[in-house]
Write a protein that binds this ligand. Structure first.
Ligand SMILES: [Zn+2]
Length: 233
């Protein structure tokens, strides 16, 4: 499989930090948005400790990174960004975080959820692992069944079945999306994360190499890879 199901209309990324969605899958986001699909990005933290020195307080770093994320999402054509504002480096797979993610699922009602692969062994940032596993646990059966977090109903949020979950950064990908025509948009979105990439020296070259490697067994030049899981109905 190299292309997503055309019936899916709404895609929701759930990521740990501003720039995770862009580094992993901005080409796919731009491609989906340019096909008229709705892309929602949920930022679990605002990356408030993502700085190489301690000259600025976390609140300032977080505010800067939220603004950068909004700009990156605008450049990609994403419809909406939501910030859950968990602490950077302090994300745990708790029932409280599940509730927040399930709330997002019931609010935005995605056909596909895209998140960090929490099953990839060894070299995982703890926030990436926590967001991946909590999102995985939220999709099925919790967001689908009304007795989990029944208070959502009183707030107008109905249970929702998500059709598929996709993991980026997977050990064993089963879908490679052709992003050849969306690569420039990806680099442009990454450049919005100025506090992280600076002037972006060598960024395009590095990203091109990575995406050529992902697409090497495919009849196109540049790709982004995912592991997809169809959820039980
Ligand atoms: Zn991250």
């Amino acid at each position: 499989m190299t292309e997503p199901d055309q019936d899916f209309q709404t895609y929701m990324w759930v990521v740990a930090h501003p720039d995770d969605a862009e580094f992993s899958s901005a080409g796919t986001i731009h491609k989906l948005a340019s096909e008229g699909k709705d892309v929602i990005i949920i930022q679990v933290t605002s990356g408030d400790r993502g700085a190489s020195d301690d000259s600025l307080p976390p609140e300032t770093v977080g505010a800067t990174r939220e603004a950068e994320e909004q700009e990156a999402a605008r450049r990609l054509g994403a419809k909406h960004v939501e910030f859950l504002r968990e602490g950077d480096g302090h994300v745990f797979p708790t029932v409280e975080l599940r509730e927040k993610i399930i709330r997002m699922i019931r609010m935005f009602r995605p056909d596909v959820i895209v998140t960090h692969d929490p099953f990839r062994p060894y070299a995982l940032h703890p926030d990436h692992r926590a967001v991946g596993i909590t999102t995985h646990d939220s999709v099925y059966p919790l967001a689908r069944d009304p007795l989990y977090f029944p208070e959502h109903r009183a707030q107008g949020l109905e249970p929702h079945k998500t059709a598929e979950i996709w993991y980026f950064g997977p050990e064993t990908p089963d879908i490679v999306v052709d992003i050849t025509d969306h690569f420039d948009a990806k680099v442009n979105a990454l450049l919005a994360h100025k506090s992280q990439v600076g002037s972006g020296e060598n960024l395009a070259e590095r990203m091109r190499e990575r995406h050529e490697d992902v697409a090497k067994d495919h009849p196109f030049e540049l790709g982004e890879a995912f592991k997809t899981v169809a959820m039980r109905r």
